[in-house]
Design a protein around this ligand. Structure first.
Ligand code: 13P
Length: 257
């Protein structure tokens, strides 16, 4: 059985002092049995090293929100996988729709980053998802298929089980309008089918597929009960310890029936 993975994408929020407070609050809020649920936080770059220190001895893991494809060099403003590893990161979010939209990141570039992350020992959380216009045109499956195939291109079978895919419909991000559990499940099932076609059924069975887009404590249980939804990539609701903990609690109890 796949474990549930709940990741908090802080986006461009929380300076150093605010990061310290949120992490301390979160540690206090997670005073229940996680039941095998993996918890990840992805603060902005300047807070990563501090976060790693504050998370020592806890079961909360650390991720970054982006990275570049080289280890070092003349790439002003960029951050390398080597630096992320040294700062204590185990995960890195790649291809978030905000990076696709505001920084023109292509599937090809995201794929290069994903392969670099894997060869650097980082676990990529690769984001895919359609816009509202694409959903209304009934081309969601087509868009997501192209994204998944392009982003996973040439990732070795030995590596694919470490990859996390996050389905984040763009129209659900930050809008308060989450996909219904059925809408999300349909796309998650499609993604798992694509992975089984590209690799094998056994591999597809083990790959973690998260849902992201207006996940909140009160809608998380229904989403997480879907057979192909293995966790959540949370934006707004991860910026408050009690609401993030509420989602983690829903994940922790989703396996217990
Ligand atoms: P919201 O939870 O704020 O909709 O953001 C989702 C997201 O983009 C996570 O990466």
């Amino acid at each position: 059985m796949r474990s549930k993975v709940i990741a908090g994408n802080w986006k461009m929020n929380k300076d150093l002092g605010e990061s310290e407070k949120l992490i301390k609050d979160l540690k206090m809020s997670l005073n229940f049995d996680l039941g095998g649920t993996r918890v990840i936080i992805c603060p902005p770059y300047p807070s990563l090293a501090l976060a790693a220190k504050l998370l020592e001895g806890t079961s909360i893991e650390l991720g970054a929100q982006n990275m570049y494809t080289e280890n070092e060099g003349a790439f002003t403003g960029e951050v390398s996988p080597k630096m992320l590893k040294a700062a204590g990161c185990k995960y890195v979010i790649l291809g978030h729709s905000e990076r696709r939209q505001y920084f023109a990141e292509s599937n090809e570039f995201i794929n290069t980053k994903a392969r670099k992350a894997l060869s650097s020992g980082l676990i990529p959380i690769i984001c895919v998802g359609e816009t509202l216009e694409e959903r209304e045109k009934n081309i969601t499956d087509q868009i997501v298929s192209v994204q998944v195939k392009a982003c996973l291109k040439e990732i070795a079978a030995a590596d694919i089980e470490r990859v996390i895919v996050a389905y984040e419909p763009v129209w659900a991000i930050g809008t308060g309008k989450n996909a219904t559990p059925q809408q999300a499940q349909d796309v998650h099932r499609l993604i798992r089918k694509l992975v089984s076609q590209l690799y094998s059924i056994q591999v597809a069975d083990r790959v973690i597929i998260q849902y992201g887009g207006s996940v909140k404590p009160d809608n998380s249980a229904d989403l997480l009960h879907q057979p192909d939804i293995d966790g959540a990539l949370v934006g707004g609701a991860c910026l408050k310890a009690d609401s993030f903990a509420g989602i983690i609690r829903a994940a922790a109890s989703s396996g217990k029936k």
